[in-house]
Write a protein that binds this ligand. Structure first.
Ligand SMILES: Nc1ncnc2c1ncn2[C@@H]1O[C@H](COP(=O)(O)OP(=O)(O)OP(=O)(O)O)[C@@H](O)[C@H]1O
Length: 453
């Protein structure tokens, strides 16, 4: 899991063509009941033309072409680790300085900085012997007309006792100085090409009237040549009672800063009672949150949102709205089962990274009343649900045990939990409940992590 700052001195990074160049998309399609969940890929931007130029430059020269032919074999191994090359040049890692007049009032002492060879690939930024993986990067900040840019990341901190404490992610910002203004723009554009959000800021001296002449002499200072993806607009539904009242602190302390770095435009609604989230989801104008609804809490709040969406007349459109989950409740089996994350920071990063994962939805209908309840992974009726209630009230346990004989447990989720699919169109349980899988799946924001944490 420790992906940051690997020693890559032994790696030679070779120029690679992207495996699927220019907008080709790979998607995992669920092929059967027990395969992996369907994953919708995020959109790929245009690949930098500089990369194409570099490739041509190699092939134009027959000598070099020969050499590269030989090198490609070795490069294939490296491409698995670092992907294809996006941009390369010199970079200096700079630290904030207190000196006031240094480098165009940017706050960086650039004079004594050693620049080092650096490469941006489709998977990582490598400088010297250090590497920052893209999966740890949230965004890049860049002020128009300056040579430096900041990469915001959340990296795993080493745990002194890794057997006992799992590694935690924490924020780390890296500020780099490029060799020239033009190169700085190339570096930042490279990040944008890799679907990384770029926060474009005005020049640090833009507000000062005295400096207008100076600024006018800086190329590009008044225009922003970096094109990056537009920030997502989402609705956040937070259950302040979740996780024994800790969810608000978790959201504002750990998750909101990540979403802000990633440029998310958020409306945050705190539920005031049970049923509030369901009502919101059933009446919501989707144009106010076209990129999804993010639930902060436990499985209960997600289930309310799902049921609210499916109770709408436009059920088909409603089920297609992405649902994000920040685990901040006492039970978060859905996000753990489907995406493999169970801590709020990793879940937020999974959402920020983009992509959607489809998961099955079942409907359980009470035969006598006709009431339909929707669920995703598992639904309990009778004994198990009573145990959930009575875990706080032991007096009720006796009554629960007596009802054991009548109890029934519904387990669904088709392609997500091996061996426990409903396996058929319709299932009648105990003469009381009728259960079926919906033809459409709901979409969770994010893609499953490779190494569940
Ligand atoms: N403001 C609120 N006050 C009381 N209950 C609420 C509120 N908002 C939502 N709820 C209800 O709380 C239930 C449990 O919420 P959730 O699953 O998010 O948290 P949790 O900590 O995992 O809870 P639990 O331990 O009870 O499963 C939801 O089903 C929802 O109906």
């Amino acid at each position: 899991m420790q992906k940051f700052l690997h020693d890559v001195s032994s790696l030679r990074i070779l120029q690679q063509q992207p495996p699927n160049h220019m907008g080709s998309r790979r998607s995992q399609i669920a092929t059967g009941q027990h395969s992996s969940p369907t994953v919708y890929p995020i959109k790929r931007g245009k690949i930098k033309s500089s990369r194409q130029k570099e490739t041509n430059a190699v092939t134009d020269d027959p000598e070099k072409a020969k050499a590269s032919e030989h090198r490609i074999d070795v490069g294939d191994e490296n491409s698995n680790l670092l992907g294809y090359n996006v941009y390369s040049g010199k970079l200096s890692l700079v630290k904030k300085s207190k000196s006031s007049n240094a480098d165009e009032k940017t706050g960086f002492a650039a004079a004594n900085l050693d620049s080092t060879d650096a490469k941006l690939s489709s998977k990582a930024l490598v400088w010297g012997s250090q590497m920052l993986c893209f999966e740890d990067v949230i965004s890049v900040s860049y002020s128009s007309g300056v040579r430096h840019f900041t990469v915001h990341s959340y990296i795993h901190r080493k745990s002194r006792l890794p057997c006992i404490f799992k590694p935690q992610r924490s924020q780390k910002d890296f500020c780099f100085l490029a060799s020239s203004l033009e190169e700085a723009i190339q570096w930042v554009s490279g990040f944008a090409d890799q679907q990384c959000f770029v926060k474009c800021l005005p020049h640090p001296m833009a507000s000062s009237k005295k400096s207008s002449d100076l600024l006018a002499s800086i190329p590009f200072f008044d225009q922003q040549p970096i094109k990056c993806k537009s920030p997502p607009r989402v609705l956040v539904i937070l259950n302040p009672r979740s996780g024994h009242g800790r969810s608000t602190k978790v959201f504002h302390g750990k998750v909101e800063p990540i979403f802000e770095l990633a440029g998310f435009i958020m409306e945050v609604v705190k539920t005031t009672s049970a049923g509030h989230a369901r009502k919101l989801a059933s009446t919501l104008d989707f144009s106010t949150c076209p990129d999804g609804i993010i639930c902060v809490g436990g499985d209960g709040i997600v289930n309310e949102v799902l049921n609210g969406l499916l109770s709408r007349e436009n059920q088909r459109e409603a089920i297609s709205i992405p649902i994000g989950i920040i685990p901040a409740g006492s039970d978060n089996s859905l996000v753990w089962t489907i995406l493999g994350v169970r801590d709020p920071i990793s879940a937020a990063m999974t959402i920020v990274k983009g992509g959607l994962t489809a998961t099955d939805v079942f409907a359980a209908e009470w035969i006598q009343s006709g009431i339909i309840h929707y669920g995703t992974t598992v639904s309990y009726f009778g004994f198990l649900s009573d145990v959930q209630v009575t875990r706080l009230d032991p007096k009720k346990l006796n009554c629960t045990v007596q009802r054991l004989v009548k109890s029934v447990k519904l387990k669904a989720s088709g392609n997500n939990q091996k061996g426990c699919g409903i396996d058929g169109e319709l299932l009648k349980m105990n003469g009381q409940v009728m259960c079926s899988l919906l033809p459409q799946q709901c979409r969770l924001m994010g893609r499953p992590v490779k190494d569940p944490i």
